[in-house]
Write a protein that binds this ligand. Structure first.
Ligand SMILES: [Zn+2]
Length: 199
């Protein structure tokens, strides 16, 4: 069993899909894919995960960047649609190749304020809770072909220049590429979720 020290490694306690599918790292950090991991899963019939698969926040934080309006273009070198969340530790987490969703709704479903907020778009400064909907897989920008989510992690600092800073690879996702029970994560909260990843 691998044992990571939280002083040197970041562990996200959940992955970005809401599914019982086994999530895998489709492309890991390497030179040319600096500090980022692409995640996806394969359907039981062998097909890749569908476009429109919902994407949820792996941790709480504040929306720092939202890019939308770019078309599905897996062979282009263009930028993807994305959402970037600034976590409580100051680091930024990017979810790319997704169409940003609606603002998280703090009101009771069915109430007048719920419907008022229902159509508000996700915008910079919105507070996001772990598990909130961020958007949907759209295969925008340059991907490896099949739909993936590109997860990047950036050092703290000015949100306007976050992509100019290091994108470290010293992070893991509980139940995906951290194949053990992390004592900092609540295992009860993840029953029914994807098991240890890889394929
Ligand atoms: Zn990527």
């Amino acid at each position: 069993m691998k044992v990571y020290c939280r002083q040197f490694y970041k562990i996200y306690c959940r992955h970005p899909f809401n599914t019982s599918q086994r999530v895998r790292v489709a492309q890991d950090c390497h030179t040319g894919h600096q500090g980022a991991k692409d995640l996806n899963f394969v359907m039981p019939d062998g097909k890749p995960m569908p476009l429109g698969t919902p994407v949820f926040a792996m941790e709480s934080g504040t929306v720092a960047e939202v890019r939308r309006g770019l078309p599905p273009s897996p062979t282009s070198a263009g930028l993807p649609n994305n959402v970037v969340i600034k976590g409580s530790d100051g680091f930024y987490t990017e979810y790319a190749h997704i169409t940003p969703g609606k603002r998280p709704n703090p009101f009771t479903p069915g109430s007048a304020m719920f419907w008022y907020y229902y159509n508000k778009p996700l915008t910079i400064g919105n507070f996001i809770k772990e598990g909130d909907l961020l958007g949907w897989v759209d295969n925008s920008g340059h991907t490896i072909g099949d739909p993936v989510i590109h997860i990047g992690r950036y050092d703290p600092g000015d949100a306007r220049t976050l992509h100019d800073r290091p994108s470290p690879c010293n992070w893991y996702i509980h139940g995906v590429d951290a194949p053990y029970i992390d004592p900092f994560c609540d295992p009860g909260a993840y029953s029914g979720w994807a098991g240890p990843g890889g394929s």
